[in-house]
Design a protein. Structure first.
Length: 217
């Protein structure tokens, strides 16, 4: 039976936002006397929410984070959400086709205001109704807690066997497992580095490019 609900992570799955996230993190570090971290290294810190990203960046830079570090990061990042962030090649085309055969949703640990602004700015919001877009600062705990994903299942009127979560990180994989849905790991995303591939089960799916998402069924 084809999936009736396809839920997407945002950063590293629908969009390549690594440079803008890294620039914002490095700007805060610079204000506090820290050195710049490589974009790739910061990319590996993404996935557990902004507070964890900031904490990891300061720890990696070897300096103490001031009390307003998170607020400063969010302020800088909010003003530069779309400087370099773009959908991965093939994502708009894949969403256009997938939306014809399934409900689509977004489940991210990014704040909802930033999520919605990015989706609007990249013309992707037409595929994701507000009621099917969940951020990390809403009423549900952040991934890998499955509550947000379970809410999306209820909203779409489907059970776990009829849904798949598409994401690039172990956080997404754990979320899907806890909600008893299928998982499709986006190996093209910047969150895939360090993924424990040995833990993938025989029913877990992987894709190396967005166009391969069209094989979801």
């Amino acid at each position: 039976m084809p999936f009736q609900l396809i839920v997407f992570d945002l950063d590293g799955t629908l969009i390549d936002s690594r440079r803008d996230l890294a620039d914002a993190a490095n700007a805060v570090l610079g204000e506090c006397g820290g050195g710049r971290l490589p974009e790739e290294r910061i990319g590996r810190m993404v996935g557990d929410g902004a507070a964890t990203l900031v904490a990891r960046a300061f720890a990696a830079a070897g300096i103490a984070a001031p009390a307003n570090a998170l607020a400063r990061f969010l302020d800088i990042y909010q003003r530069h959400l779309l400087d370099h962030t773009r959908p991965y090649d093939g994502i708009p085309e894949a969403l256009a086709l997938l939306s014809q055969r399934a409900h689509l949703a977004v489940l991210t640990n990014k704040p909802i205001a930033s999520t919605q602004e990015i989706l609007r700015g990249l013309d992707l919001d037409k595929y994701f109704p507000p009621t099917m877009t969940i951020g990390g600062d809403g009423p549900f705990p952040r991934k890998p807690n499955p509550a947000g994903l379970q809410h999306l299942l209820t909203s779409a009127g489907v059970d776990g066997q009829s849904a798949v979560l598409v994401g690039d990180s172990v956080i997404d994989w754990r979320t899907a497992r806890r909600a008893a849905t299928s998982i499709c790991v986006a190996r093209y995303g910047f969150g895939f580095e360090g993924f424990p591939v040995e833990e993938l089960g025989p029913g877990d799916r992987t894709v190396d490019a967005p166009e391969e998402l069209l094989r979801l069924s």
